[in-house]
Ligand binder design. Sequence first.
Ligand code: PAF
Length: 282
Amino acid sequence: MRVITKIDELKKVISEYRNNGKSIGLVPTMGALHNGHISLVKRCLQENECCVVSIFVNPTQFNDKNDLKHYPRTPKEDCELLESVGCNIVFAPEVEEMYPEEDTRVFNLGSVANVMEGKFRPGHFNGVAQIVSKLFYAVEPDKAYFGEKDFQQIAVIRAMERQINTGVEIIDVPIVRENDGLAMSSRNRRLTETQRKNAPKIWETLSKSYTFAQSHSVEETINFVVDSLNSIPEFKVEYYEIVNAESLQPITNWDSNVRAVGCIAVFCGEIRLIDNISYCVK
Ligand code: PAF
C-alpha cells in the first residue's frame, strides 16, 4: 500500500495503473475509519483493480469550528486497517495541498442541497462539493463510493457531478450498524458512556416508526419520532423530515409510488448524529 500526500505524485502513480488498463475506484473519507468505511473499501476493491482511499478532514465543510477542532484523527490506525484489507493507495494530503489558496467556487447544487443538512449547516454542502470535486480531478476515478448514512450527501454529490461532468460513477453503499443498531460514525467515539448507551435508541425509534407509520399520517409519524427521542436525557432532535427519496423534498402524505425516507439529525449532548430509514407504507 502506498501512502501519498502530494497530488502530483498521486497522479503519477495512478497513471501507471491506468496505463496498464486498470480501473480506479475512490473512497473519500475524513479518516477515523470504522467498519462502515471498510464496507466501502471492500466494495471498491471488488469492483476495481486499484482502490484509492483519501483521508482528509476537509475544513471547508465544517460550519462549526469546534466540531472541526474535535473531529477524531487516527492516521496510524487508519493506515494499518486499510493495509489489512488490501487498499492500494492512501491519499492523505495536508490542508495546504488541497487548498493552496482559498476555494471561492460556489456550486449550484439545486433543491436537494437546501433542505435538512443544507438548512441547518449553511455552507456545508458547498464545502463537500469543493473537496469531492478536487478529489475527482486529482484521482479521475471510474467509480466513487459513499455511505448511505449521509443520504442527502449522496444526492448532493450526484448534483455536483452533473455540474462538473467528470464521468465518475457514484456508488451508494448501505449503512453499517453496530450490533445494537447504532449507525457507525466516526463521531460515535466522542459520545460519553451514557450517551453511547442511549444512542441505539435513534435506530430503535426509527424502526418502531416504520410500524407506527402503517396506521398513522406522515405528520403523526414525525411527531412520534421527535417526541420519543426528545424524552431521552441529553437528546435533542435538530430535525426529522420524511422526504421523497429522489427530490429530498418533504412529503405530506404516504404514496406507495413514491419512495419515502426519514432523515434525522440528533444532538446527543454536543455530538450530532445522523441516520435515516426508508418507509414502505401501503
Ligand atoms: O462523508 C464524508 O466523510 C465527507 O463528507 C467526504 C465525502 C469524505 C468529503 O469530505
